[in-house]
Design a protein around this ligand. Structure first.
Ligand code: HEC
Length: 164
């Protein structure tokens, strides 16, 4: 390759780079305008459903995060009970994010327990007669005839909810 050809080639490459930079800048400018939420462009978030249904989303369980004595099967069973016979969803909601009646179980904020598995088993057994932030109380075992095994499964699911 001669010096001449090399310079010509470099020139083409430079021009291509400048063009793509210009496109990127343009895209960034448009994107910035949208997220600013101007009057003509309603927020994209508004179109999203308010709640997601945690009873059907694929369970993404990292086995490394399971506490001792807890299996993925227990987490699955706990979820079925949470949205079924355990009636937990009636207060903690279908997205398990709570509301006026019960706290969010998907975040890492704990009001009555330290968030470790055994503390969750315990709080489901005892319920919460004096809630920290909510109006109504949670009955022991949510007032349902749940066996210890079912409570442990529910605790396994609650434990994983905040770690998924
Ligand atoms: C009648 C409504 C209601 C039902 C039904 C209910 N809960 Fe609760 N839950 C609450 C309230 C209220 C609290 C305490 C919130 C506070 O202290 O402000 C709570 C707290 C908890 C906590 C401790 C959270 C924390 O941050 O300390 C866990 C875990 C929990 N519930 C799991 C369950 C499970 C599992 C079920 C189903 C077996 C269930 N709950 C059913 C209302 C309910």
């Amino acid at each position: 390759m001669t010096m001449e050809e090399e310079r010509a080639g470099g020139g083409v490459a430079d021009r291509a780079r400048i063009t793509s930079l210009a496109v990127l800048t343009l895209l960034a400018a448009c994107g910035g305008g949208d997220s600013g939420g101007s009057a003509e462009a309603p927020m994209a978030d508004a179109a999203e459903p308010a709640t997601e249904d945690a009873s059907t989303v694929e369970l993404n369980i990292d086995p490394a995060l399971l506490p001792e004595g807890v299996t993925a099967e227990m987490v699955e069973e706990g979820r079925e009970l949470f949205f079924g016979a355990g009636i937990c969803y009636t207060c903690h909601m279908m997205d398990a994010k709570g509301g006026t009646l019960a706290p969010d179980l998907t975040d890492d904020v704990w009001l009555n327990v330290d968030g470790e598995y055994l503390s969750i088993v315990e709080v489901i057994k005892t319920g919460v007669s004096q809630p920290v932030e909510h109006v109504g109380a949670m009955l022991p075992r949510a007032g349902m005839p749940l066996t210890d095994e079912q409570v442990e499964a529910l605790a396994a699911y609650s434990y994983m909810l905040s770690r998924m």
